[in-house]
Design a protein around this ligand. Structure first.
Ligand code: AKG
Length: 258
């Protein structure tokens, strides 16, 4: 990979300026202190989830050898597993045979949402959805891209995040495979013989800290590693030219459910 570039850090901007300078330009940025008023910042840690939500069954992914268990043979293997069965492995830092939580927030009781009101940038966004991520130190999420704009905030712990622009050539898996939005190389240990173009890929890197929010624009490739046990919240929404694509995908999904 080329030497890493840093993602700039800024103070919160008004919405119009944020859209003009970042969303419409598809440009990542880190916003400091955007969510200082969230009750989650004071309340949340692993104990809080163990004590209040032990029976809740969020979307859970097995972690093997430090990596969330996604493979080209099986795709992303998820289960709905009670927090009481996973939280100890997260706290122990078990990444050989552990778990990561990567769930939509609808599994929690309705007043849970009061802990993290969506920032004005996305509160009225199309197809807004929220996810909660919890994982042990060392857990990594494989390089992938999403159609959505993403405001990604650290509530606890720190993550090392590597981004590549959508125009960078990072060897996407086949769009018809079980991992259509994933890249092939392991960014933690790139095999340059197999993936020579990765030598010219331009990484943008950040160690995202508690209280910081990364604006991760649609289609940017992202790889994440927990530097410590962590909890993060993401808001996805759609904007601009991708809106009709997301709408069509949602209609297709509805049709399949009939
Ligand atoms: O927190 C993670 O490890 C994954 C986050 C992610 O992929 C996302 O928010 O789209």
């Amino acid at each position: 990979m080329k030497p890493a570039k840093e993602i700039p850090r800024i103070s919160p901007l008004d919405k119009a300026t944020f859209y003009r300078d970042f969303v419409s330009k598809n440009k990542p940025v880190i916003i400091e202190g955007l969510v200082n008023d969230w009750p989650a910042m004071k309340k949340w840690n692993m104990n809080f989830f163990a004590e209040n939500f032990s029976k809740v069954e969020p979307v859970t992914i097995a972690v093997k050898n430090g990596k969330c268990d996604v493979t080209i043979e099986n795709g992303v293997q998820i289960s709905y597993t009670a927090i009481e069965k996973t939280i100890n492995k997260i706290v122990e830092g078990n990444v050989q045979n552990g778990f990561a939580i990567a769930t939509t927030d609808d599994v929690f009781p309705p007043d849970f949402k009061n802990d993290y009101p969506p920032p004005a940038y996305c509160a009225d966004g199309w197809y807004l959805r929220t996810r909660i991520f919890m994982g042990a130190a060392g857990t990594t999420t494989w390089l992938h891209q999403d159609l959505f704009e993403n405001l990604y905030t650290m509530v606890k712990g720190e993550k090392h995040i590597i981004l590549f622009s959508p125009s960078d050539s990072v060897y996407p898996q086949s769009r018809f495979s079980k991992l259509p939005n994933h890249a092939q190389p392991d960014v933690g240990n790139i095999d340059y013989e197999k993936f020579p173009r990765m030598k010219n890929a331009q990484p943008y890197v950040v160690d995202l800290k508690v209280g910081e929010t990364l604006f991760l624009p649609s289609l940017w490739w992202h790889y994440l590693q927990n530097k410590e046990e962590s909890i993060a919240v993401s808001f996805w929404w759609t904007y601009g030219l991708l809106l009709p694509v997301v709408w069509a995908a949602a209609q297709y999904k509805k049709l399949r459910e009939i």
